[in-house]
Ligand binder design. Structure first.
Ligand SMILES: [Zn+2]
Length: 473
């Protein structure tokens, strides 16, 4: 017997199996056609009426086709007569099949599978579930992941309705909430960060065809988000007859401190990594440290630059972790200080405008020394003006080394912290600042972590982690 003959035998077997599967699928389709026939409207109908009928029945078809495909692919597990108990090594005989229905994006899938129970270890199991990679509970991972994508964009009630309308899969808003908690629990910056390889790929795409290494900007800033205290739990002032009463707790605006790495590609920004949380300065520093320790940032492939508004805690972290990074003081923040001086000094006059314009020009040309000298020479007409001048002088003096704006501009560095401000907006504000929404700190941080994952391009990675954790539990 030649080798070729063996192959052709297996080919025959494969084609026979495929033929039998096709047959089963056709049977399922026929059954579905019966149901369709019963529900189809009168012959003269609009397209909308027809599509509505097909839409309502479509998951019955795709779900039942899936059942046949599962049966075909897992015949071994479906007809299994015995297994060995994983704990005590006893041989266990199959008990009568137990039915389980799971919800997927293509509809409900019913599984009749053998069940094994060890009386000594008091453990039951269905090997098919494991072979299929099922998750506990009825809603399977594809549904969970799709629902999470909607939830990170809009309030739970809205997400529930929209998701049901567009997918035909029902998942309650409470369930969506629980699911979000489970998926996002314990997420750290490294869980939502792209891999070093992926970051290098983004850098290479910006670097292509350019002589100089691309500028990678690190922006750090805070965004105010509405939070509610933990003691608001359990009280439901928004419900039932209490609706009209004011809640007995007071909401608080707290700072979500965030960091964002992004690449400058001409006028375009290429996002790399965001991490925003309601957290302390020290915690943000730790997150930066983790990024550094994990070696995610290929510092030798980029010109690293940090742009901030001047808060001293930020520079402290930078000095330790990225001592070679180019430091930039937000130009527009500087401008705000100068405007304050002008107003205090000259009021709302033409002179005020002229002074600001001339001073900003000097600053822009990198002449911070001249600006400082000019401030020193001002004769303040009031105590208030003297204070504004002194403030501005101290601020500029402390950061004078970070104000070489003309040089920075020529090097392709950003002058302002617009990059982090925009990430404050699209990650924090868009979802957290909704009318009437006040977030528990834990929930807000979970939502922020998921939104970071979305924009970092690591949503799948977060779900792989979730699946892994379910498996281990
Ligand atoms: Zn056992």
């Amino acid at each position: 017997m030649g080798y070729a003959e063996v192959i052709s035998l297996s080919e025959v077997r494969a084609s026979k199996q495929w033929a039998s599967l096709r047959h089963q699928l056709h049977d399922r389709f026929d059954q579905w056609l019966d149901r369709l026939e019963a529900q189809l409207p009168e012959p003269e109908t609009t397209l909308a009426q027809i599509t509505e009928t097909v839409w309502n029945l479509r998951q019955e078809l795709t779900g039942s086709l899936t059942e046949s495909l599962v049966e075909h692919a897992h015949q071994v597990e479906l007809t299994r007569k015995e297994i060995v108990c994983a704990t005590c090594d006893r041989l266990l005989a199959a008990r009568p099949a137990v039915s389980r229905t799971v919800d997927t994006m293509v509809g409900a899938v019913q599984l009749e599978r053998p069940y094994f129970y060890c009386r000594h270890c008091h453990q039951g199991q269905s090997p098919l579930d494991e072979a299929l990679g099922l998750t506990p509970g009825r809603k399977q991972l594809d549904v969970q992941q799709a629902a999470a994508q909607v939830v990170v964009e809009m309030p739970y009630d809205e997400a529930h309705t929209l998701f049901g309308d567009l997918t035909g899969v029902t998942i309650g808003s409470e369930r969506m909430h629980t699911l979000t908690n489970q998926v996002a629990q314990g997420l750290t910056v490294l869980d939502v960060a792209p891999s070093r390889q992926e970051i290098e790929r983004r850098i290479a795409s910006v670097a292509a065809g350019r002589f100089r290494r691309p500028v990678l900007v690190l922006g750090i800033d805070g965004a105010y988000v509405p939070t509610r205290p933990e003691n608001a739990r359990g009280r439901r002032p928004g419900q039932g007859r209490y609706r009209a009463k004011r809640p007995r707790w007071t909401g608080q605006w707290r700072e979500a401190k965030g960091l964002r790495f992004y690449l400058m590609d001409g006028e375009r920004i290429v996002h790399v990594l965001s991490w925003h949380q309601v957290q302390t300065e020290a915690e943000l520093g730790e997150a930066l440290q983790q990024i550094k320790d994990a070696g995610l940032i290929p510092e030798e492939q980029v010109r690293l630059c940090v742009v901030c508004d001047g808060a001293s805690w930020i520079w402290k972290h930078i000095q330790t972790l990225f001592p070679h990074a180019r430091q930039v003081l937000d130009y527009y923040h500087c401008a705000a200080y100068l405007h304050k001086v002008a107003k205090a000094q000259y009021g709302d006059s033409v002179q005020a405008l002229e002074w600001v314009e001339a001073t900003l020009t000097r600053l822009y040309l990198g002449k911070a020394g001249a600006v400082l000298g000019g401030l020193k020479r001002l004769h303040a007409p009031s105590e208030e003006a003297a204070k504004a001048v002194a403030n501005c002088w101290a601020y500029l003096h402390a950061h004078r080394g970070r104000t070489h704006y003309q040089k920075l501009r020529r090097g392709g560095y950003p002058l302002g912290s617009g990059g982090i401000e925009s990430s404050n907006k699209f990650i924090c504000h868009t979802r957290l600042k909704r009318s009437g929404a006040w977030w528990y700190e834990g929930n807000s941080n979970q939502m922020l972590a998921l939104r970071c994952a979305k924009y970092n391009g690591t949503f799948n990675q977060v779900f792989a982690r979730h699946q892994q954790r379910l498996r281990e539990a």
